[in-house]
Ligand binder design. Structure first.
Ligand code: C2E
Ligand code: CA
Ligand code: CA
Length: 685
């Protein structure tokens, strides 16, 4: 036995031997290291259990001696992983929570020692495989996390081919194992630009990670959005893999958008609510402060809405509010905001308002549109609005101030009999009133209070009278002479321009008949879309040379429907009249369209003539017109210097106060008599 004990010490496997009476015979050096128990302290005792267990129990070697059956063995090692009898050895393994102060995993084995055919004792060998066990448990854990994670996980190799994906990946993307070996771009939708992916790769290269939201497409074609985290896996400084982890946030996004929408919109009408309105207003204030461009706030309240609700019920009340919302939207421009403040109060944000007149037009349209009867559930009702207007920056510089003042103005509108609008600033009310008065009295004015003046045009080459431009005048009984700049827009908006235009046309033609001079007539864009304009012109021209009539049209006529306006011009051209493009350069001057339109003359707007800095533009326009086979007329020539410049630049015709103001009556007759081309003298033989 002594020999055996020495031999045992020489091997590195921890081991001990017990005799038949379970007393320790040998406890090798490796066993001392493993258990922290010295051989001299235990040899001769039966304390072999002590380093391993808290209370006394048999060790595997003891069980060998006792010839324990398989079942009993299993019972002893319940809390350990495994115990079994194999060949001539008992084997077991498992965790020991406190072996020499540490948690260790041992694989151990016991065998009987047989001398002369009888069992003399047993040897037990122990092997500490804690590190190995821990590593493999970690791996199992990682694999289970990978597989069972709720997040989709995909791993690609350096060539960006998918090498591993988990269950959630399949569930989210709809793709099975067939994706392995593919590039993850098969998951992509086409919502992102090349730049987006470029940025992703740049970030991966620079920082080793990227995160963001990505729109992908499931195998069934459905698009979805994931929150994605990609990281680079390095091994000894080299990229070996990319790991992408993602969760499907499509629903979250929808909910988020829905919540966001609800927070900013009115539930009933879907219009922006107060929060969104004030937000947009703040932006507008910031922009308008920079650009100086004005905007206005309209506070609109339905008159006697409560009566509708009380008499017909909330269902009809709600329907009415929805209908009001859609009529409001139809009146304002796409860039404007219509919001509902609650109840029957709406606040509108009107942009691009330059003058009080612009606002009057919108407010009048709003009143007209809302005042049309409503038919709801078989009920026909008329509901009118009261509108208060405040203007940035005169009536306030903050959203709150502007809304408050528009509200105040709205109360004025209620107090002045409802179904009207009021400005917060009194001065604007007066201007607006003028405009309204004008519209009603204009109706009565056509044609009784209208007359024409004619402004002569000078041919620079011959120094003779080129022709006349007819300009309409309105002699109002109390307001006096009203400028066409004031009443033409009102006539256009109310539709009165058609009647007015017809009147001007026939009177101008009458003038041609009397004088034989070339006369130009201004056409409003509203007239240009009238179906029977060509017939009107043919009728007016009746009998005279159509080449003596010039029709002047501004660029704004082509903004809304270019094709339609062009068709009309082409048709007019066929009647033999002359066509001039008026106020060239002030509107939407796109040179490219000019080529396609049958104009004979371009009238250069007076602003270019009067501003010396614009003279290079004038030269360019003259050159361009020549190239297009058109002639030019310079408008608003007021000084000798301007005239000299135009003579030099080869402009054929001019018009302006320098040559003559618009004239009427005897002064016109006198002017014509003086400037008429002298009859060629007849030479007598
Ligand atoms: P427009 O067609 O550009 O007419 C020329 C305007 O410039 C006229 O103003 C004329 O008096 C003015 N003007 C002429 N020479 C000079 C000058 O040297 N200096 C200055 N500062 N102004 C000059 P008016 O008569 O007040 O007409 C204004 C606008 O009203 C016209 O501009 C035209 O757009 C419109 N209009 C006038 N008559 C009619 C008409 O019968 N039908 C339509 N649809 N519009 C008309
Ligand atoms: Ca004109
Ligand atoms: Ca003009």
């Amino acid at each position: 036995m002594e020999m055996t004990a020495q031999a045992l010490d020489a091997i590195s496997v921890p081991a001990f031997i017990i005799d038949r009476r379970h007393k320790i015979l040998a406890w090798n050096h490796a066993c001392e290291l493993l258990t922290g128990v010295r051989a001299i302290d235990v040899i001769g005792t039966d304390l072999q259990w002590q380093p391993f267990y808290e209370t006394r129990r048999p060790c595997l070697a003891d069980l060998v001696l006792d010839n324990t059956t398989d079942d009993q063995l299993a019972a002893h090692y319940q809390q350990h992983g495994r115990a079994q009898f194999a060949f001539d050895a008992y084997k077991a393994e498992g965790w020991f929570d406190n072996l020499n102060g540490k948690r260790r995993y041992l694989v151990f084995e016991a065998k009987p020692l047989v001398t002369n055919g009888t069992i003399a004792g047993a040897v037990e060998m122990l092997q500490d495989i804690t590190e190995h066990k821990e590593a493999s448990e970690q791996l199992t854990l990682a694999a289970s996390v990978f597989e069972n994670s709720a997040e989709g996980i995909m791993i690609t190799d350096i060539h960006n081919r998918l090498v591993s994906v988990n269950k959630a990946f399949h569930a989210i993307t709809g793709y099975g194992v067939e994706v392995l070996g593919c590039n993850p771009k098969i998951l992509a939708s086409n919502r992102h630009s090349q730049d987006f992916y470029g940025e992703m790769w740049r970030s991966l290269a620079e920082s080793g990670k990227w995160q963001g939201e990505v729109w992908n497409k499931r195998s069934n074609g459905e698009e979805y959005v994931v929150r994605m985290n990609i990281s680079v896996v390095l091994n000894e400084g080299k990229v070996v893999n990319y790991v992408g982890m993602f969760s499907d946030v499509t629903r979250d996004k929808e909910v988020e958008e829905r919540i966001n929408f609800m927070a900013h919109h009115d539930f009933l009408t879907g219009l922006p609510n107060r929060v969104l309105l004030e937000d947009r207003m703040s932006q507008l204030v910031a922009r308008a402060s920079r650009s100086g461009e004005g905007f206005a706030v309209a506070f609109l309240d339905l008159d006697k809405f409560k009566l509708v609700n009380d008499a017909l019920g909330h269902d009809i009340g709600d329907k009415l509010l929805k209908e009001v919302a859609s009529r409001l939207l139809a009146v304002v421009r796409a860039t404007d905001t219509v919001s509902r403040q609650g109840g029957d109060e709406f606040v509108l944000l009107l942009t691009g308002m330059h003058t009080a007149h612009d606002l009057v037009l919108v407010a009048t349209k709003l009143i007209r549109s809302l005042g049309r009867p409503y038919v709801l559930n078989g009920h026909r009702l008329v509901v009118t609005p009261s509108i208060g207007l405040s203007v940035f920056p005169t009536d306030g510089r903050t959203p709150a101030e502007l809304i408050k003042n528009a509200d105040t103005a709205m109360y004025h509108a209620k107090n002045s009999g409802r179904n009207n609008f009021q400005f917060f600033t009194e001065d604007l009310n007066i201007q607006a009133y003028d405009a309204l008065i004008m519209e009603t009295s204009l109706q009565a004015a056509i044609p009784a209070q209208l007359f024409l003046e004619y402004q002569p045009q000078l041919c620079l080459r011959t120094g003779q009278l080129h022709g006349l431009e007819a300009l309409v005048r309105w002699q109002h009984p109390t307001l006096g002479l009203v400028s066409p700049d004031k009443f033409i827009p009102i006539a256009e908006d109310s539709g009165l321009i058609r009647e007015l235009g017809r009147w001007v046309l026939s009177h101008a033609c009458e003038m041609i008949r009397q004088t034989g001079l070339k006369i130009a007539v201004n056409l409003s864009p509203v007239q240009l879309v009238e179906a029977d304009l060509v017939r009107q012109v043919i009728e007016a021209v009746g009998g005279i040379d159509p080449g003596l009539l010039t029709l002047e049209v501004t660029e704004s006529a082509f903004v809304r429907d270019f094709a339609k306006a062009k068709k009309m011009l082409d048709d007019l051209k066929k009647t033999g009249v002359v066509l001039a493009l008026d106020d060239f350069g002030t509107g939407y001057s796109s040179l490219s369209y000019l080529r396609h339109l049958p104009f004979d003359y371009i009238k250069i707007d007076q602003s270019f003539i009067q501003d010396e800095d614009s003279h290079s533009i004038v030269l360019a326009i003259i050159g361009l017109a020549e190239k297009l086979g058109m002639s030019t007329i310079a408008e608003g020539v007021e000084t000798a210097e301007q005239l000299a410049f135009l003579e030099q630049s080869g402009c054929p015709t001019i018009q302006g106060f320098h040559f003559s103001r618009p004239l009427g009556g005897p002064r016109l007759a006198e002017f014509i008599a003086c400037h008429r081309r002298p009859e060629p003298a007849l030479s007598r033989p």
